[in-house]
Design a protein around this ligand. Structure first.
Ligand SMILES: N[C@@H](CCC(=O)N[C@@H](CS)C(=O)NCC(=O)O)C(=O)O
Length: 247
């Protein structure tokens, strides 16, 4: 049982102190959903192995009364297995399958294009001591050696292509308050994490002012006393519409 109802969580932060990692974001929400207080261990991209005493090279990592767990999905499963008397993150195995689908779809539809639109912002917002590593690792691991500047260039033309692709998500939310029904669950935290990551790095907004997703995103960011609000986050709404053709 978590001592003092508190679980330690290793964070991944930008220079503003804002969490960047979508995996850490959804773990923050999962811990709050289960009713825990979070003992947040600050830190950026470099030094994860040292901070976690060699346990992991990626975050999130939690420590629950001396028990270490890594990987956001495994952490969520652990929390439900260890604390079944608290609100459940997953309601049965079919929900896990559907959550993976929604998560995979949102990554392919939103995070992938937005990653290329915000990768230089992502670098510039990182802690100064992380920037060389962020540049080198992102260029090598994700961008086939292309420079961050080159990848982000021309985003004005690419950003407007994403909102129409989110229409199935808007349609889904017309009929329900949350993916979890009347209350949010882990599917919501996975979906919200996509927008939380984006708000942490997007120096120019990705969504239009009147996007119906705003209601869901705002309610999600406000959960648990404004868990998703941080002064370092950027406004997601305000993407300019192309000029209407002159008559
Ligand atoms: N499957 C893992 C992925 C964790 C992961 O990739 N975390 C990234 C942050 S988004 C990380 O720690 N990156 C450190 C690095 O890039 O060196 C999970 O769900 O927790």
């Amino acid at each position: 049982m978590a001592a003092n109802n508190t679980i330690r969580l290793f964070d991944l932060q930008l220079a503003t102190g804002c969490t960047i990692s979508p995996f850490v974001w959804r773990t923050k929400y999962a811990l709050k959903h289960k009713g825990f207080d979070i003992d947040l261990v600050p830190g950026g991209f470099t030094g994860i192995v040292e901070r976690t005493g060699g346990f992991a090279d990626r975050v999130p990592v939690i420590v629950d009364d001396g028990h270490w767990v890594k990987d956001s999905w495994l952490i969520a499963e652990y929390l439900d297995e260890k604390y079944p008397d608290r609100p459940m993150l997953f309601e049965g195995p079919s929900m896990k399958v559907l959550t993976k689908f929604i998560d995979g779809w949102l990554w392919a539809t939103a995070i992938r294009p937005w990653f290329s639109c915000y990768i230089l912002d992502y670098h510039d917002l990182s802690l100064p001591q992380d920037q060389a590593y962020v540049r080198e690792s992102r260029q090598t691991l994700f961008l086939q050696g292309r420079k961050l500047e080159e990848v982000q260039a021309g985003r004005e033309a690419r950003l407007p292509l994403v909102p129409p692709l989110l229409e199935p998500f808007r349609e889904l939310l017309k009929g329900t308050q949350w993916l979890g029904g009347d209350n949010p669950n882990y599917a919501d935290y996975c979906a919200l994490a996509v927008f939380l990551w984006t708000a942490s790095v997007a120096k120019t907004p990705p969504l239009h002012d009147d996007d119906p997703l705003r209601d869901y995103i705002d309610r999600g960011f406000d959960l648990f006393g404004g868990l998703g609000r941080h002064p370092g986050m950027h406004d997601l709404f305000g993407l300019a519409r192309p000029e209407a053709n002159a008559a």
